[in-house]
Design a protein around this ligand. Structure first.
Ligand SMILES: Cc1cc2nc3c(=O)[nH]c(=O)nc-3n(C[C@H](O)[C@H](O)[C@H](O)COP(=O)(O)O)c2cc1C
Length: 156
């Protein structure tokens, strides 16, 4: 039972973006899931080790951006680098887009962005599940998504 979550892959990979303390950042997350139709709720499990964690906790907001398959290399790279040490937007060439209903920025190149306000926080072992209530959904285009299968990321 080294990595039991591998049993549930492929899992869709999203980019969680957050803004706090004058900084914008994003991180790939595959532990992200719908929780409720009404009200519309999503959960995302974020380790307290991530820079994004403190930003979501401080601001009470996040955006779930759905990357298309063409963003594979960037998703891989920024799943290994922390926003503590670099400005991921400046480095990656991904574009900040003002969200409609939350202060956290969205990512323009993604297929869609789901703007959420945190309505709950649940400790779950070495991750914290942030429960976000959907404030706005921006759908930009259709395309293949990115999925984590074991330790690889594939476009499907
Ligand atoms: C495909 C993939 C999925 C990931 N899923 C999660 C996740 O669901 N939760 C999490 O806390 N970290 C996850 N990570 C790790 C973070 O993305 C990674 O540690 C990142 O560098 C954190 O950036 P930050 O310090 O700027 O927040 C994932 C990484 C990859 C590559």
């Amino acid at each position: 039972m080294e990595k039991p979550w591998h049993m549930l892959t492929p899992m869709r990979v999203i980019l969680v973006s957050a803004s706090s303390g004058g900084k914008d950042n994003f991180m790939p997350a595959s532990w992200c899931f719908p929780l409720s139709f009404d009200p519309p709720l999503f959960g995302v499990a974020i380790s307290p080790k991530r820079f994004t964690f403190g930003m979501v906790r401080e601001s009470g907001e996040f955006v779930l951006n759905v990357p298309g398959a063409e963003l594979k290399e960037k998703v891989e790279k920024y799943g290994r680098h922390s926003g503590r040490d670099c400005d991921k937007f400046a480095e990656s060439g991904l574009t900040r887009e003002k969200s409609e209903k939350v202060g956290a920025v969205s990512i323009k190149e993604c297929l869609a962005s789901i703007e959420c306000k945190v309505v709950g926080e649940h400790e779950a072992g070495d991750h914290v599940v942030f429960v976000g209530r959907v404030q706005n959904i921006r759908e930009r285009k259709n395309g293949k998504g990115l999925y984590q299968t074991g330790s690889a990321i594939v476009g499907l």
